[in-house]
Design a binder for this molecule. Structure first.
Ligand code: NAD
Length: 429
């Protein structure tokens, strides 16, 4: 039985609710308190192990010299090398990278893979840079970080505005400095350079697996389960495809420019083709257009927000009508919405569990690179399923044992695992 009451923390300012750093802190505090972690350990868990700032001089195509600022934060290396993406955006900040790095620590710990957490970023606007400029920025950033990254130290991956090509440049630059090819320095590489099969589908597949596990708890069968998905990109599109193949009824897809609905279930393959052809999900012949701002509040069994952060807030949480909320996106629910969802009895599969399929297959990629032995897609998918099911059961069992909600349980489990590793290792001084 859940005995936890989630405190409603009144934010200092109206937009504080939407600060992911504050949401992450509120959830950390709640889990740490419930675990009874002493103040000293809390301090250790809060502090990033390392923060690196580099200034990257690059010659632009027109001959001018420009200097870009880049970050890499290694929040924890207690359970293994730091792991996390690198993003390119004009508004990247050290605070944001710090918060995202700690998020990765908890995510890797929830699925019990031997990584800590890291994150990186470069302040730049990729829309204003040529491919050659992006390549030079990436290579110089990698060279500046040479001592601080590596298969045993810190393993970057793609994030916002970076991709397979970016990872190939990092791998090549790192390998040129090491004087031999080191594929395991990054994940999310192209398959013919040591990438893993199943990586691009992994996050959506993970969402599908944990949703299936959640259904079992409600005694629901897939064919009669209605699913609403927000976002039809990598995570949402892949979740929709795999869920439809597994027999779920996807009744609505919500995109930024409109939403489409079919009470009998949308034909996802046909919708994908329609979007490819027209650039939008709107006016799909196999469904009806509905108001995109209302679609999230449809009466449904499963709601899967897979677009962006802060879509479920203290202002709209009371209107949700789903039984299961599977958080495909990072941070789709603000911390102020948590207590409202708890009161409504919505079963949450929290983001640090629900979307951990991607980092899990990144772990598989790293393992395969280090062994030089590559798995077929079936093996990748089987092992992903095994980890996601185990992690789901770990979190739910932890929640039941401690009388807390799933999100608090996921954070408690993660903090507990990292604190345990720190205690076992002891402090080197
Ligand atoms: P994406 O850009 O491929 O897809 C996002 C989709 O959401 C796009 O189709 C976009 O048009 C749509 N969208 C944007 N704003 C919207 C709105 N207001 N309403 C409805 N739809 C909207 O991105 P992605 O890789 O699928 O990532 C989505 C979320 O999942 C992000 O929060 C990301 O951090 C998280 N995530 C992604 C991965 C991964 O492997 N790609 C892993 C873990 C977490």
């Amino acid at each position: 039985m859940v005995t936890e009451s989630i405190p409603t923390i009144v934010p200092q300012s109206a937009d504080a609710e939407f600060n992911p750093l504050l949401s992450a802190e509120a959830r950390f505090d709640q889990a740490a308190e419930r675990l009874g972690l002493d103040e000293g350990m809390q301090k250790v868990l809060r502090s990033p192990a390392r923060e690196i700032i580099v200034h990257i001089p690059v010659q632009l195509d027109d001959g001018r010299l420009e200097v870009f600022t880049g970050y890499r934060v290694q929040h924890s290396i207690a359970r293994g090398p730091a792991k996390g993406g690198i993003r390119y955006a004009p508004d990247v900040s050290l605070d944001e990278v710090r918060a995202l790095a700690s998020w990765m620590t908890w995510k890797c710990a929830v699925v019990n893979i031997p990584f800590g957490g890291g994150k990186g970023g470069i302040i730049c606007d990729p829309n204003l840079l040529s491919t050659g400029e992006l390549e030079r920025i990436t290579r110089r950033y990698t060279a500046e970080l040479f001592e601080f990254i590596g298969p045993e130290i810190d393993v970057p991956a793609p994030d916002m505005n970076t991709n397979e090509q970016t990872m190939a440049w990092i791998m090549d630059t790192y390998s040129m400095h090491s004087r031999h090819t080191q594929t395991a320095v990054v994940t999310g590489k192209p398959i013919n350079l040591g990438g893993s099969r199943g990586r691009s589908e992994a996050t959506g597949r993970g969402c599908m697996i944990v949703t299936s596990e959640a259904l079992k708890r409600f005694g629901l069968d897939r064919a009669s389960t209605r699913v609403v998905i927000q976002g039809f990109g990598n995570v949402g599109g892949m979740s929709a495809k795999l869920m439809a193949q597994a027999g779920f009824k996807i009744v609505a897809i919500v995109e930024y420019d409109g939403a489409v609905y079919n009470t009998n279930g949308l034909d996802i393959a046909a919708l994908t083709a329609h979007r490819k052809e027209t650039g939008s999900v709107v006016d799909f012949p196999g469904g009806e257009n509905i108001d995109r701002d209302e679609a999230m509040f449809l009466d449904t069994d499963v709601l899967l927000p897979a677009a962006k952060e802060n879509v479920i807030t203290s202002h709209n949480a009371s209107r949700l009508r789903c039984k299961i909320l599977c958080e495909g996106a990072n941070g789709p629910t603000t911390h102020l919405a948590d207590s409202i969802l708890a009161e409504k009895g919505i079963f949450i599969v929290p983001d640090i569990l629900a979307n951990a399929g991607g980092v899990t297959v990144s772990y598989f990629e790293w393992v395969q690179d280090r062994q030089g032995y590559f798995w077929n897609e079936q093996l990748v998918n089987e092992r992903l399923e095994q980890i996601m099911v185990e992690s789901f059961n770990d979190v739910v069992a932890y929640a039941e044992k401690h009388g807390v909600h799933n999100r608090t349980a996921a954070y408690m489990l993660a903090l507990d695992r990292v604190a345990f590793a720190i205690k076992l290792r002891g402090l080197y001084a």
